[in-house]
Design a protein around this ligand. Structure first.
Ligand SMILES: [Zn+2]
Length: 444
């Protein structure tokens, strides 16, 4: 089906699920829906749509295989064009090595491995924007670049660093990353590091009780250079201490709302108020596991699923590492047995339905909540594609228009949608760079 056909169908499905239209006939609702889609379409084309967090592998930015092609990834340029997405932050992500895995995790050798992994990603973005597709996408270093490149009808790439682990214990690397194009950097990922505690401490216990002395030095350097401090993945204490310490507004490049999905990765109300106080922005992300905590299966459903697995000799898919075991066992079944499994699963879904999958409405509830709590100027949008996703209705970049459509349906105005879709983030980036220039003048 052509993309626009698919979008129209999706719009219709969403419309049919909308509140009871009362006495309106189907023809009337459908023409009201057409008008809504038309309005959303014109806003979507007018504003700069900016997604602050997309993961990638350098292997997807080579001469042979790259994002000018419709790869089997959530993000790529054809998807970006179909969805009307204008700008993105590529995430220079490095996973957190623990001492239990590598005793040298926090020694020069461990830091060097992380630094190399990060520089490989910086180089890949540079290669893609400068050599592979310079006529289609360009790297932006400030908001004026974003507007200029967008005006030239090219896509806009920006760079954010995920996990300050990769700078090691060398504060000069903050400047190096800035020179390589980084405009935000998160302090941590899912594990404590030399800069700060990660949210994961709620399960594993703490290392610093917030920021480390070196972490505080790094924040000062980021302020001085004009890199936005990103508190996504940080612990609550790290985040609150960052908000108090930073001389410039801070961001959460991809986080959701803890009041709606109670996981340590998300931000609670106290954190949201602290973020607002800095003048910063939370880029609410569409990663299904952090948008809604799936309710456990009813005992009937659990029993039916267990019986089916037992009958077909499949292992239980729950528990660490079991999901992969289940999938490999499933792949070894004959085609007939797999078809039988699917048929029986559909029957179970009808008789004992599970919690419905996370959809765009669940995601937009997070945006509504944040806007009501801290105001329209402090909220934005991020996908975490190719590192997350899973929200029905916005599960790859080609479906980006659906977000604007749902915002319009909820009554957001043109101006508010412009702020959510990047206006706020660009304002923060300008402010962070203005403060950096001021700090540099003072120390001269
Ligand atoms: Zn992340």
């Amino acid at each position: 089906m052509p993309r626009h056909g698919l979008l129209a169908l999706l719009a219709l499905v969403i419309a049919m699920a909308a509140p009871d239209p009362g006495s309106l006939t189907f023809a009337q609702t459908s023409s009201a829906e057409d008008a809504l889609v038309k309005k959303a379409r014109s806003i979507h084309e007018k504003v700069i749509t900016l997604d602050t967090h997309i993961d990638f592998s350098p292997g997807d930015l080579t001469g042979e295989r790259n994002y000018t092609q419709r790869l089997d990834t959530q993000f790529n340029l054809p998807n970006m064009i179909d969805g009307g997405l204008d700008a993105l932050f590529f995430s220079v992500y490095v996973g957190q090595t623990r001492e239990a895995q590598h005793p040298d995790a926090f020694k020069p050798e461990g830091y060097e491995r992380a630094y190399k992994a990060a520089t490989e990603k910086f180089d890949a973005v540079r290669r893609f924007t400068r050599e592979i597709a310079p006529d289609k996408i360009e790297l932006a270093l400030n908001s004026a670049d974003v507007r200029r490149i967008h005006g030239q009808r090219k896509k806009v790439a920006l760079i954010g660093v995920e996990n300050g682990y990769s700078i090691g214990e060398d504060v000069a690397r903050v400047k190096e990353f800035y020179d390589r194009g980084a405009r935000y950097m998160s302090l941590t990922h899912n594990g404590h590091n030399q800069l700060a505690d990660s949210h994961i401490g709620e399960r594993d216990g703490w290392k610093w009780n917030g920021l480390s002395p070196f972490g505080k030095q790094v924040i000062a350097e980021m302020n001085r250079l004009g890199i936005m401090v990103d508190v996504s993945h940080a612990s609550k204490q790290s985040m609150l201490q960052t908000a108090a310490l930073s001389k410039a507004p801070i961001i959460a490049s991809h986080s959701a709302i803890r009041a709606l999905c109670d996981v340590s990765r998300n931000m609670d109300d106290e954190q949201l108020f602290a973020l607002k106080k800095t003048g910063g922005v939370i880029q609410v992300f569409a990663y299904s596991s952090f948008v809604k905590t799936t309710k456990p299966d009813s005992s009937e459903r659990a029993a039916a699923l267990a019986a089916l697995r037992k009958e077909l000799n499949l292992p239980e898919p729950t528990g660490p590492g079991q999901r992969a075991r289940f999938q490999s066992a499933f792949k070894q079944l004959s085609t007939d047995t797999r078809a039988e499994y699917d048929k029986r699963l559909t029957e179970i879904d009808t008789q004992h339905p599970g919690d419905p999958p996370v959809n765009l409405k669940d995601y937009l509830d997070h945006i509504d909540y944040a806007v009501k709590l801290i105001g329209i100027d402090h909220v934005g949008i991020a996908s975490d594609f190719d590192g997350g996703g899973g929200v029905i209705g916005w599960n790859d970049a080609s479906e980006t228009f659906n977000v604007t459509l749902e915002l319009v349906r909820r009554g957001y105005t043109d101006q508010q949608i412009e702020k959510l879709w990047g206006g706020n983030l660009l304002r923060v980036m300008d402010e962070v760079q203005r403060i950096a220039a001021e700090l540099q003048r003072k120390t001269e």
